[in-house]
Ligand binder design. Structure first.
Ligand code: MN
Length: 217
């Protein structure tokens, strides 16, 4: 009996605490590095995920050490930080959202259904019209940045063009879909042709993931 009580005590003592992780880790991709080819090559994915995103993760971990940000979620850091920490934390968040929206063309859901599909029709006229607007925003954004499909508190959809690491959270909006228009996202596969890289991106966007993010706040 005493032994049993001791074991129970030990079990409770080792229950995880509520404290958030002190460091962030590189997300694992839910698909093979070659699974998005030819739309996004294995080489692009290896550099984009393994080099660029890893660097942003490392930078955030170095910058939050011994600061008040060390116990915060990535989202809260993104809302509250400025300068290099904001840039790097936002880039980690942006890339996590981006990579998890992608899926091999054979398994991706190629158009939204349900409440998101209805909202797209209401706010843009049609799914195709929304894609045209997103592509236009992505090709016309000057320099590095992100184009977002985002949702406001009333469930209305908006398209945002953000330079550098900009994310809808900073404007009180919920990010649903982010298109990375930094050259590192497409230069290996498409060189300077950003428009074609966007055109080829649609096949590997999984609208099931985007649907799952809609209306959750
Ligand atoms: Mn990127």
């Amino acid at each position: 009996m005493f032994t049993l009580l001791l074991i129970c005590n030990l079990l409770f003592m080792t229950t995880p605490t509520e404290t958030p992780a002190a460091t962030f880790t590189l997300i694992e991709l839910p698909y093979e590095m070659s699974a998005l080819a030819p739309n996004i090559s294995e080489e692009t994915l290896r550099y984009h995920h393994g080099k660029h995103l890893q660097t942003y993760v490392n930078n955030v971990n170095n910058l939050i050490a011994d600061t008040r940000f060390v116990t915060m979620t990535l989202e809260d850091i993104e809302r509250q930080a400025d300068g290099p920490l904001y840039n790097n934390a936002a880039q980690v968040l942006n890339h996590n959202l981006y990579f998890l929206t992608l899926a091999p063309a054979a398994v991706a859901k190629h158009a939204p259904e349900g409440p998101l599909a209805a909202a797209i029709k209401r706010d843009f006229g049609s799914f195709d019209a929304m894609k045209v607007q997103l592509a236009k925003a992505a090709t016309s954004l000057f320099g590095s940045g992100w184009v977002w499909l985002a949702e406001n508190r009333n469930g209305n959809l908006v398209i945002l063009s953000e330079s550098n690491a900009g994310n809808p959270l900073r404007h009180g909006l919920t990010p649903l879909l982010g298109i990375d228009v930094w050259e590192h996202a497409y230069y290996i596969d498409y060189r300077n042709d950003r428009a074609r890289s966007i055109d080829q991106l649609w096949d590997v966007i999984d609208w099931q993931v985007v649907e799952d993010r809609y209306g959750k706040h």
